[in-house]
Design a binder for this molecule. Structure first.
Ligand code: NAD
Length: 292
C-alpha cells in the first residue's frame, strides 16, 4: 500500500484551503494549485488566519503553525504536482471543469500517484473513466469547514482498487478524520439526504410557508439542528447546492429532486451565500440580516 507523504490540492477555494490546512498540520507536504493566482494568495491568507485561531485556542503552538505554513507551496502550473503521492481535486462543482482538470493533470503524475475528487455529488466512476488510472481514483468528500468537521466520506468508484481504498482510509486517519464509506450513487450518503432537505426549505420559503427566520428557527429549535437549512445553504454556497440538486435530479430521474426555482434565481443573480456576501442572509450587516 502506498504511503502518502506529499499531497496536491487542485482548487484553492473554501474546501481546497481547508484540505491544504489539515494536510500541512498533519505533517504532509502540500502543493496547492488554482487557475487564479489571487485565489492562491487568498487561500494562504485564510489558512494563516485559521492557524492563528488554533494558536490562540492553544490547539497549536506558534512553531507548529510556522512549520505547517512552510509545508505548503502554491502553483498555477501542473508540473508542480509531479512529486505528489495523491492529488485531491477540490475545484468548482462542474463536471466539464473537473474532466478538463484530470486531462491536464494525468501527464504530470507519477505512475504510483492516486487521484481523489472532493466532489459533492458527481459520479466518481465517470470522473475516473476520463483518466489513465480508474483503479487509483477515489472520492474523498471532506465537510466544510475542513479543519473543524470530523467526517470524510470515502466513495469507491466501480473500478477503485482495494489498495487505493485502504491508502485513502489511512490518509484520512493521518488527517485526524473519521470515515464513512459510500457506494458511487448520486449525492453519495451525506448529500443524498442533506440536500433535498435544504431544497425543501427553499421551497417552503418560495411558497411562503415561512420566512427565512421562521424556517431556520423552526429547524434549529424544532429538530435540534445546529444551523438552520437556509443558513447552512449560504454556508455551503448556493451554486454548489444547485449543482448537487441538478446531479440528483438528472442521476435519479425523479422529479422529487427538482431544484427549487428560487434557488436557481438566487444563483442567476450571483447571490451565492456567504462567499459572495449575500444569499438567504445579507452578510454586509452584523448580525447577518434575512433577505426574505
Ligand atoms: P469554491 O468556489 O470556494 O472554490 C473553487 C475553486 O476552484 C476556486 O478557487 C476556483 O478558482 C478554482 N477553480 C475553478 N476552475 C478551476 C480549474 N480549472 N483549475 C483549478 N482550479 C479551478 O468552491 P468550494 O466550496 O471550495 O467547492 C469545491 C469542491 O468541493 C466542489 O466540488 C464542491 O462540490 C466540493 N465540496 C464543497 C463543500 C462546501 O460546503 N462548499 C463541501 C464538500 C465538498
Amino acid at each position: 500500500m502506498i504511503k502518502i507523504r506529499t499531497v496536491g490540492v487542485i482548487g484553492a477555494g473554501q474546501m481546497g484551503n481547508g484540505i491544504a490546512h489539515v494536510s500541512a498540520t498533519s505533517g504532509l507536504s502540500v502543493v496547492m494549485l488554482d487557475v487564479a493566482e489571487d485565489a492562491l494568495a487568498k487561500a494562504i491568507a485564510t489558512i494563516g488566519k485559521n492557524l492563528d485561531r488554533q494558536v490562540t485556542k492553544g490547539a497549536l503552538t506558534a512553531e507548529a503553525k510556522a512549520e505547517a505554513l512552510a509545508r505548503i507551496t502554491t502553483t498555477t502550473d501542473y508540473a508542480g504536482l509531479t512529486t505528489c503521492d495523491m492529488v485531491i481535486e477540490a475545484a468548482t462543482e462542474r463536471e466539464a471543469v473537473k474532466h478538463q482538470i484530470f486531462k491536464t493533470l494525468v501527464p504530470h503524475l507519477a505512475p504510483h500517484a492516486l487521484i481523489a475528487s472532493n466532489t459533492s455529488s458527481i459520479s466518481i466512476t465517470r470522473l475516473a473513466a476520463g483518466t489513465d488510472r480508474p483503479e487509483r481514483f477515489i472520492g474523498m468528500h471532506f465537510m466544510n469547514p475542513v479543519p473543524v468537521m470530523k467526517l470524510v466520506e470515502i466513495i469507491r468508484g466501480i473500478a477503485t482498487s482495494d489498495d487505493t481504498y485502504h491508502a485513502t482510509e489511512a490518509l484520512a486517519a493521518t488527517l485526524g478524520k473519521i470515515t464513512a464509506t459510500a457506494q458511487d450513487f448520486p449525492g453519495f450518503i451525506v448529500n443524498r439526504i442533506l440536500m433535498p432537505m435544504i431544497n425543501e426549505a427553499i421551497y417552503a420559503l418560495y411558497e411562503g410557508v415561512g420566512n427565512v427566520l421562521s424556517i431556520d428557527t423552526g429547524l434549529k429549535l424544532g429538530a435540534n439542528h445546529p444551523m438552520g437549512p437556509l443558513e447552512l445553504a449560504d454556508f455551503i454556497g448556493l451554486d454548489t447546492c444547485l449543482a448537487i440538486m441538478q446531479v440528483l435530479h438528472e442521476g435519479m430521474g425523479d422529479s422529487k429532486y427538482r431544484p427549487c426555482p428560487l434557488l436557481v434565481k438566487y444563483v442567476e443573480a450571483g447571490w451565492l451565500g456567504r462567499k459572495s456576501g449575500r444569499g438567504f442572509y445579507d452578510y454586509s450587516l452584523t448580525p447577518p440580516k434575512p433577505t426574505r
